[in-house]
Design a protein around this ligand. Structure first.
Ligand code: 3HC
Length: 282
């Protein structure tokens, strides 16, 4: 298999996808429109690798090799890639622009994947001349750790693309599920958003403190994190965006964002990435 992969977007998800791919031997072309974004992402990955070296779970030679495989790249370099994974802003027009560009650069038969957490794969694929090779690959945060990738079929996604995406996922140590129908929120966010919403409503109604809501779900359901902590980790702005999108699509109150979430986002408390969300972080 050709081992060069392009990852577009060097935010939390893009850098996590680049990290885990480089760890498993892929040369990753990291592309981001924002000046300095790839540099910052590489620095953050390097810090994590240093921690692994300090813990003794990786040699410094291996860490250096991973960093060498993470290449800051420009758009034309994407022509070397067998697959591109896009993790840019969750705005359909921005994603379409990226896909149009990738379509003109990547070889025929190369896969164009989007890490969208809810948007329509079918709609994104319409801008390309290869809808059979466009699909969703939804990673979970933190991408280097979380085992699952949801593989999402658009209306025209072909079996060959799904199989290639599954092979790539296996090669980086992930499990996959195939989402057969392109529907908002796929499987995981369809389940997760109502959980977030209910936890936030319980908090709004003063039924329990935020610590106790999280503790209840952690210890009562054996989740690794409580839902309010997890909502901070995924990003409150991202959560709100996903809920609003699902609400608009389904017209269903199950996905109606609680006011407390909207208030926090308006106040710039976006969760871990800002240091403030439901909780304060150092
Ligand atoms: N990058 C790389 N590695 C990371 C990491 C990151 N950002 N964060 C944690 N890790 C690694 C640590 O290095 C550690 O590795 P080790 O076992 O080899 O020492 C391991 O993960 C465990 O980390 P910690 O010891 O720091 O902490 P925890 O044991 O509490 O685990 C957690 C942290 C993995 C985040 C765990 O709490 C967890 O699984 N939480 C739930 C996360 C989750 O549900 N994510 C899905 C969100 S939904 C989503 O992303 C969809 C979107 O569309 C909204």
């Amino acid at each position: 298999m050709d081992k060069t992969l392009a990852v577009i977007g060097a935010g939390t998800m893009g850098s996590g996808i680049a990290h885990v791919s480089a760890l498993h031997g892929y040369r990753v072309l990291m592309i981001d429109a924002q000046e300095g974004a790839v540099h910052r992402a590489r620095q953050a990955i390097s810090k994590r690798l240093t921690r692994e070296v300090d813990k003794g779970s990786m040699t410094s030679l291996d860490a250096d090799a991973v960093m060498e495989r993470l290449v800051e790249a420009d758009w034309p370099d994407a022509s070397q890639a067998f697959m591109a994974i896009e993790a840019v802003l969750e705005i359909v027009d921005v994603k379409k622009e990226v896909f149009q560009r990738l379509d003109s650069l990547l070889p025929d038969g190369a896969i164009l994947a989007t890490n969208t957490s809810s948007l329509s794969i079918t709609e994104i694929a319409t801008i390309t001349k290869r809808p059979a090779y466009v699909l969703g690959m939804h990673f979970f945060n933190p991408a280097p750790v979380m085992k699952l990738i949801e593989i999402v079929r658009g209306e025209e996604t072909g079996d060959d693309a799904v199989q290639q995406a599954q092979a790539y996922a296996r090669s980086i140590g992930k499990e996959t599920v195939v989402v057969e129908k392109d529907t908002p929120g796929f499987v995981v966010n369809r389940v997760l958003m109502p959980l977030f919403i209910e936890a936030m409503r319980i908090y709004e109604e003063g039924i329990a403190s935020k610590d106790d809501i999280d503790k209840a779900v952690k210890l009562g359901l054996n989740h690794p994190m409580g839902p309010l902590t997890l909502a901070d980790l995924t990003g409150l702005d991202v959560d709100l965006h996903v809920m609003d999108y699902m609400y608009d699509e389904f017209h269903d109150d199950r996905f109606a964002a609680p006011l407390v979430l909207r208030r926090l986002v308006r106040a710039g408390r976006l969760g871990r990435k800002t240091g403030k969300g439901f909780y304060d972080y150092d």
